[in-house]
Write a protein that binds this ligand. Structure first.
Ligand SMILES: [Mn+2]
Length: 382
């Protein structure tokens, strides 16, 4: 568990023995052909490269060009991914304030038809419009913190309708669906990129902009602790503190305002823990009735996978959330060099090296078996 993975392709040779089941009912990216004969070795020379479609051209733009694109637009819509986290929320709101200060008409959209998480309601001007109720046709539609159209929910139609599309993101699995892309998969948060844009603009960063971006960076780095945390995270934080952001206040709001019900859910998850691979892998699950019984929302589960990963010796933590007809949502966290983002991408999901997610369209027990089987395969080849 200490080697750097060469690339995920290098592991496919081993997981080929499961190729027959790979392409089944999860929305797999389809790099493994169902029914292919087992291959031996780990270099996988027999991968069906010829049948793979070459990646589309992605137009990456630099900071200056981002400001030109923003400057040239009058009516703007911004959206993060569905079930937005702190980074998606913080990034959209900071960008909204920047654009408003630039004199633009801006709406922040939600791709889902349920409210943004209550957890971040302490943020000023916490206002969103359901994309399903939005009738505007923006000059510019900006997608933040989402690399695939699958993460857009009801905002996806704007990809067709808006005149221009800009994606600002830090995930590794960008699908090249936009005209402009300002991305950096090494950035600890999308909010770090937004902060860069704000600083490069002619607008003086406000306390609100700094607070939004701080929450984005704080949550995506797990309070400046995950592997993604780097020097820039702290430099950005210092600049935000200089604008008046209080780190302890932000931390209190996000991490120490837990409801008793949320604490009870944690107890339930801990009670249901299972281990594999010499206790290097831990997993637990949430049943369909759990949240409603406790009076909780799906947003209240955001921090649970990290709690599982915090056990000594655990390298990979997984939380399975049974959403019945919507399938089983799997959240993965890694603190070894095993890249859960690449693993998730292989199975139709996405994310980062240390935090990723995917959806499996199977009943819960089968979903657990499926993911665990593939994970253990890849781990043993790793
Ligand atoms: Mn993010």
């Amino acid at each position: 568990m200490s080697k750097e993975p060469p690339s995920f392709a290098g592991l496919t040779g081993e997981s080929m023995s499961f190729a027959g089941s790979t392409g089944e009912s999860i929305d797999s990216v389809g790099t493994t052909a169902p029914g292919r004969p087992k291959s031996v070795g780990t270099t996988a020379p027999g991968r069906p490269l010829s049948s793979e479609v070459a990646p589309k051209e992605c137009k990456s733009i630099q900071l200056e060009e981002v400001l030109e694109v923003l400057g040239a637009s009058e009516v703007v819509a911004i959206s993060g991914h569905i079930n937005p986290d702190g980074d998606a929320i913080g990034s959209t709101l900071a960008l909204r304030d920047l654009l408003r200060a630039m004199g633009k008409k801006v709406d922040v959209l939600l791709g889902q038809d349920h409210p943004a998480p209550e957890l971040y309601e302490f943020l000023p001007d916490y206002e969103f419009i359901y994309a399903s109720e939005y009738t505007g046709i923006p000059d510019l539609f900006i997608v933040v913190d989402a690399a695939t159209t699958k993460r857009l929910g009801n905002t996806e139609r704007l990809i067709e309708e808006a005149q221009h599309i800009l994606v600002i993101d830090h995930h590794t699995n960008y699908e090249c669906f936009a005209e402009y892309y300002f991305g950096d998969d090494k950035a600890p948060a999308t909010a770090s990129l937004i902060w860069k844009i704000i600083k490069a603009s002619k607008i003086e960063p406000t306390l609100n902009m700094a607070s939004y971006c701080y929450v984005g960076i704080m949550t995506d780095t797990g309070r400046f602790a995950y592997r993604s945390t780097d020097r820039s995270s702290f430099v950005d934080a210092i600049e935000m503190i200089d604008r008046g952001v209080s780190p302890s206040e932000m931390s209190q709001y996000v991490y120490e305002s837990k409801s008793l019900a949320a604490m009870r859910l944690e107890a339930l998850i801990i009670d249901r823990m299972h281990f594999a691979a010499d206790e290097k892998v831990v997993y637990s699950y949430i049943l369909p009735g759990d949240l409603s019984r406790l009076g909780l929302k799906r947003d209240d589960t955001e921090q649970l996978p990290s709690i599982l990963r915090s056990i000594k010796g655990v390298e990979i933590a997984m939380l399975f959330r049974d959403e019945k007809k919507e399938g089983v949502r799997v959240n993965l966290r890694s603190r070894s060099k095993f890249n859960v983002g690449a693993f998730a991408s292989q199975h139709g999901g996405g994310g980062h090296r240390g935090a990723a997610g995917l959806t499996v369209m199977k009943p819960l027990d089968e979903a657990i078996d499926y993911v665990l089987k593939h994970l253990l395969e890849d781990l043993s080849a790793f």
